[in-house]
Design a protein around this ligand. Sequence first.
Ligand SMILES: [Zn+2]
Ligand SMILES: [Zn+2]
Length: 98
Amino acid sequence: MEIIDFAARKAEREPHWSGECICAGCRHVWAGVGPIGKIDGLECPACGASKGHTRHPMLRDKALLQCSCGSTTFMIAPEGAYCTNCADWFDSSYVTGG
Ligand SMILES: [Zn+2]
Ligand SMILES: [Zn+2]
């Protein structure tokens, strides 16, 4: 008798994205898939940390902020922005590119 996991079957039918992902921790790049709306907190297949995110989110053609650890992903808190990899607070010296 086949046992059907209805939750898994339903998840398979829901819309998914696929594309390059990058780990904010070890900078590993991989081809990932995920449900629409889940674009960060992805488990890195190289180091196992949940620091992966989609590599090409919507970006404007402007200078990007880059932390001293190399990450370009920040969270915004009431006190300011901080790096999602090392938790360093944003500093205006982090502005790069352009
Ligand atoms: Zn990693
Ligand atoms: Zn950092």
